[in-house]
Design a protein around this ligand. Structure first.
Ligand SMILES: [Ca+2]
Ligand SMILES: [Ca+2]
Ligand SMILES: [Ca+2]
Length: 137
């Protein structure tokens, strides 16, 4: 995640806290050169850009939010932005068969997890009707 921020009280670089799924993931300082910011706010200089690298979360939908940490006056840490993103699960390949599952429901859950990304990668739905392993209880 990247951007820029400054606090009107100071030309100094301020901290940015980045939250992943509601938990503090990275603390960084917005001290990278952003001449375009200095063009708009000459009194504050250019050292206000940030770029945060996050640990890669597991498969699923995640949110990342950045907050500028206030200095001096003010009591809130303004939210700079939030973004949702999806991490795809790794391709499991054709490593399961219907007899690896006890129930149709379990097979269906497996199927539903991977189908959006890789299709019927393990061939659990031979008749292509979206229902995996009909023969299971
Ligand atoms: Ca302030
Ligand atoms: Ca298979
Ligand atoms: Ca089927």
């Amino acid at each position: 995640m990247q951007g820029w921020t400054l606090d009107p009280e100071t030309p100094a670089s301020i901290d940015v806290h980045v939250y992943l799924d509601g938990r503090l993931a990275t603390v960084t300082t917005a001290d990278r050169s952003r001449p375009d910011v200095a063009d708009v706010y000459p009194a504050y200089g250019a050292a206000h850009g940030f770029s945060a690298v996050l640990p890669t979360p597991g498969a699923g939908v995640h949110s990342v939010c950045a907050f500028a940490i206030n200095v001096g006056d003010g009591t809130t840490n303004p939210q700079l932005g939030c973004r949702q993103f999806t991490v795809a699960p790794a391709n499991p390949g054709d490593d399961v068969d219907c007899n690896d599952f006890a129930t149709q429901r379990a097979a269906q859950e497996w199927f539903n997890r991977y189908y959006p990304y890789y299709g019927d990668v393990a061939r659990l739905d031979g008749n292509n009707d979206g229902r995996a392993c009909e023969s299971l209880p």
